[in-house]
Design a protein around this ligand. Structure first.
Ligand SMILES: Cc1cc2nc3c(=O)[nH]c(=O)nc-3n(C[C@H](O)[C@H](O)[C@H](O)COP(=O)(O)OP(=O)(O)OC[C@H]3O[C@@H](n4cnc5c(N)ncnc54)[C@H](O)[C@@H]3O)c2cc1C
Length: 430
C-alpha cells in the first residue's frame, strides 16, 4: 500500500510554479496597489491555477500506471480528480467575477459588456469555456443522471478545455507578455487536450484490451461468479486485490470495474458480481463461450504489514478472497497474520464463507470472523479490538459500503489508530 502524497505534492508544485512565474514578473506591491489592480491580479491568479488544475483533471482521467502509483490506487486518482475538478471550477468561476468587479468600478455597463459575448474572439472563447463547464458540471453536482448518460455529459467537458485554449492563445494578459508563463500554461493545456483525446477517442486503439473467454458462470443468490480463460497469448498479469474493467461485446458493450476474486496463481480469473443495476443484472445472461474484453489490471489495495485486519462488507469481500488465497502462495506473505471480518446481513448472504473457511484451514495465520448485522447491528471498532487485541500496530483494510467504511475509519481513529494505517477500497469511481 503506498500513500498518495506524491500525486498531491506534484499537483501543488505544478500550481505553485505558475504562481511563482507570475510573481517574478512584477513586484507584488504594484500587483496589489489598489482595489482595481488587486481585482485584476486576483482574476489572473484564479485563471492560472484554475487552468493548471483543469488540465490536471484531464491528465488524471487517462488511467496511466504512473499516475495510479503517484496517488496510491485508481480509486484515489478518481477522488483526486473530483476534488481538483471542483477547486478548478470554483477558481475559474471567480476569474471573470474578479475582473467584472474591476470593470464595475468604471460602470455597470462596462462590467456587463465584459460578461456577455461580443466581437472579441478571446473573450468569447473564455465565456463559452466557462458556460460549457457550468452546463456540464450541473450533471455532476446537482442533476442526477444514470452513469452512462452522466459519462457523456462529463466527456463533453473537453469542449471547455478547447475553448480555454483559444482564450489563452488570443487574450492579451500576462500570459501573452511573459514567454515562460505562456509556454508553461500552453504545455499544460496541450497535455490536457491530448489526455482528453486519448481517454475519450484513441483509447479504443491505444489501450490494451485482453481477450478472454467465459469458461463457466455460477449464480449464487444475487452473486454471479464468472470464470474466464485467456485466449492464446492474452493472459493478463495481476496482483491480489486488483480489479479490471470488463465488457462482453455481444451482450453488454460498456466496460465496468470488477475485482478479480481469484488468486494470481490460478489459471484463469474469476469475477464475482452482485446484481445492483442494469449491467450487473444483465450479467446473469452471460454464457459459456462468450468473449470478454478486459482492461487493466488496476488498484493497489494490499499491504505488506506483518499483522493486518481486513473488514469486508457484502460484495466488498472480493479483493480479500484474492488476497487470502495468495497469502499462502507468496513467500513474502507466508507469515502475515490476518483477521478477516466478513460483515453480511445474515448467514444466507455469506456466499463466500465456505470458500474462505477452506482457505483458512490451509493457513493457520488467517482467521475468518463472521459478523451478521441483522443480529448484532452495525459493525463497530470495539468488536474488532475485542476480538483482535491491540490495533495500533496493525494495518486495517476496509472494503464495503462507503458509510460502513467511513464510520469504522472514524471509530478506529478515535481508538488511536493512525490514519496512514487505515486503507479503504471504494467500489465507486467518483
Ligand atoms: C474498483 C472497483 C471494484 C469493484 N469490484 C466489484 C466486485 O468485485 N463485484 C461487484 O459486484 N461490484 C464491484 N464493483 C462495483 C461495480 O462496478 C458496480 O456495481 C457496477 O458497475 C454497477 O453497474 P450497474 O449498471 O449494474 O449499476 P448502476 O446502477 O448503473 O450503477 C451503480 C453505480 O456503479 C458505478 N458505475 C456504473 N457503471 C460504471 C462504469 N462503467 N464504470 C465505473 N463505475 C460504474 C457508478 O458509481 C454508479 O452510480 C467495483 C467497483 C469499483 C470501482
Amino acid at each position: 500500500m503506498t500513500s498518495n502524497k506524491t500525486g498531491w505534492t506534484l499537483v501543488f508544485l505544478f500550481s505553485l510554479i505558475s504562481v511563482l512565474i507570475w510573481t517574478f514578473m512584477q513586484s507584488l506591491s504594484t500587483r496589489f496597489v489598489n482595489i482595481s489592480v488587486t481585482m485584476t491580479s486576483l482574476g489572473q491568479l484564479t485563471a492560472l491555477v484554475g487552468t493548471i488544475l483543469l488540465c490536471i483533471t484531464f491528465i488524471l482521467s487517462t488511467r496511466l500506471r504512473a499516475i495510479e502509483r503517484a496517488f496510491g490506487g485508481l480509486d484515489k486518482v478518481y477522488v483526486a480528480h473530483h476534488i481538483i475538478g471542483t477547486v478548478s471550477f470554483l477558481l475559474l468561476l471567480f476569474h471573470p467575477l474578479f475582473l467584472a468587479i474591476k470593470f464595475a468600478m468604471i460602470s455597470a455597463s462596462t462590467a456587463l459588456h465584459f460578461l456577455i459575448p461580443s466581437s472579441d474572439i478571446a473573450l468569447n472563447a473564455g465565456i463559452f469555456s466557462l458556460t460549457a463547464m457550468i452546463l456540464f458540471l450541473l450533471f455532476t453536482f446537482f442533476i442526477k443522471l444514470n452513469y452512462q448518460k452522466w459519462k457523456i455529459t462529463h466527456k463533453l467537458l473537453g469542449t471547455a478545455l478547447l475553448f480555454a485554449l483559444v482564450h489563452i492563445l488570443f487574450i492579451t494578459s500576462d500570459i501573452s507578455r511573459n514567454i515562460i508563463l505562456r509556454y508553461y500554461i500552453m504545455a499544460f493545456v496541450f497535455i490536457g487536450i491530448a489526455s482528453f483525446l486519448y481517454r475519450s477517442i484513441f483509447h479504443i486503439w491505444l489501450v490494451k484490451k485482453y481477450e478472454y473467454v467465459v469458461k463457466d458462470v455460477k449464480v449464487s443468490g444475487s452473486i454471479t461468479n464468472i470464470i474466464l480463460d485467456a485466449k492464446e497469448g492474452q493472459k493478463l498479469r495481476h496482483l491480489p486485490g486488483q480489479f479490471v474493467f470488463i465488457s462482453f461485446p455481444k451482450i453488454i458493450k460498456e466496460f465496468h470495474p470488477f475485482t478479480i476474486s481469484s488468486s494470481p496463481d490460478e489459471e484463469g480469473i474469476r469475477l464475482s458480481v452482485k446484481s445492483l443495476g442494469d449491467y450487473t443484472s444483465n450479467i446473469q445472461e452471460i454464457k459459456k463461450g462468450d468473449v470478454a474484453l478486459i482492461e487493466g489490471p488496476y488498484g493497489m489495495f494490499r499491504s505488506n504489514a506483518p499483522s493486518q485486519i481486513w473488514i469486508a462488507g457484502g460484495i466488498g469481500i472480493t479483493p480479500f478472497i484474492s488476497l487470502a488465497k495468495s497469502l499462502k502462495d507468496s513467500k513474502n506473505n507466508r507469515d502475515t497474520k490476518v483477521d478477516l471480518y466478513y460483515v453480511v446481513g445474515d448467514k444466507a448472504n455469506a456466499v463466500f464463507l465456505e470458500e474462505l473457511n477452506n482457505i483458512a484451514k490451509q493457513n493457520k495465520n488467517l482467521r475468518v470472523i463472521t459478523y451478521f448485522s441483522a443480529e448484532k447491528g452495525r459493525m463497530n471498532a470495539d468488536f474488532v479490538s475485542r476480538s483482535s487485541g491491540d490495533l495500533k500496530d496493525k494495518d486495517i483494510l476496509l472494503c464495503g459500503p462507503v458509510l460502513m467504511m467511513r464510520n469504522l475509519k472514524e471509530d478506529f481513529k478515535k481508538m488511536g489508530v493512525k490514519n496512514s494505517k487505515i486503507h479503504m477500497e471504494e467500489f465507486a469511481l467518483l
